[in-house]
Write a protein that binds this ligand. Sequence first.
Ligand SMILES: [Zn+2]
Ligand SMILES: [Zn+2]
Length: 227
Amino acid sequence: MNEDTRQLGARRDGAAIVHEDLQVDAFVVGDLATNCYVLTDLESGESVVIDPGGMSHELRDALQGSDVSWVILTHGHADHIGATREAVELTGAKIALHRDDVRLYGDPNMNLTAMTGQSGQMPDIDRQLDHGDEITIGRHLLTVHHTPGHTPGSISLVGDGVAFSGDTLFAGSIGRTDLPGGSYENMLDSLRHLVQSLSPGDLIYPGHGPQTTMQNERDINPYLRDL
Ligand SMILES: [Zn+2]
Ligand SMILES: [Zn+2]
């Protein structure tokens, strides 16, 4: 599918202040309607971008001239990494990915870019993340939680009252575990970890679909019921 077709489906999905002056802007990008998030500390103006899976006019406008320090990838799949190069070229940001997804990220068959027709050399990873690592956005902090299962190096990013769950946890569902490097057993461990780590009221921003809360997922998500 060409760039123009992809942009037709793209939209800016709204902005919210999630904690004090941390703003989350959501952009729906690409053929698989991936959520790309731009987090901005309104005091310092510093931003990070999570999962630039595709580019849209709205996302390009938001990135141009912004002070973006990091492009953080929740995992190495095509629909989350597709516009990484463009995002970096627009902003000069560095790229962070969990170390267990670096091989997948660089392999067109494993990262599925061979299937989506986007294949090409991916830009180098500047920082290989580990569980417990921290990324700052002005005065705010995101902590890396290693949540494998969808891919070996999938992460969830946890801040004050908010989590970005990539393709691990969705509203009412979970990510696939049948793709290269996936593991249902690891997925269940990761979901258990998220349930124990997050507070019921925490907002969850998934890699696809609407936002939710941990309490809502504990109430309605069938995959969390028997953990
Ligand atoms: Zn994925
Ligand atoms: Zn995805």
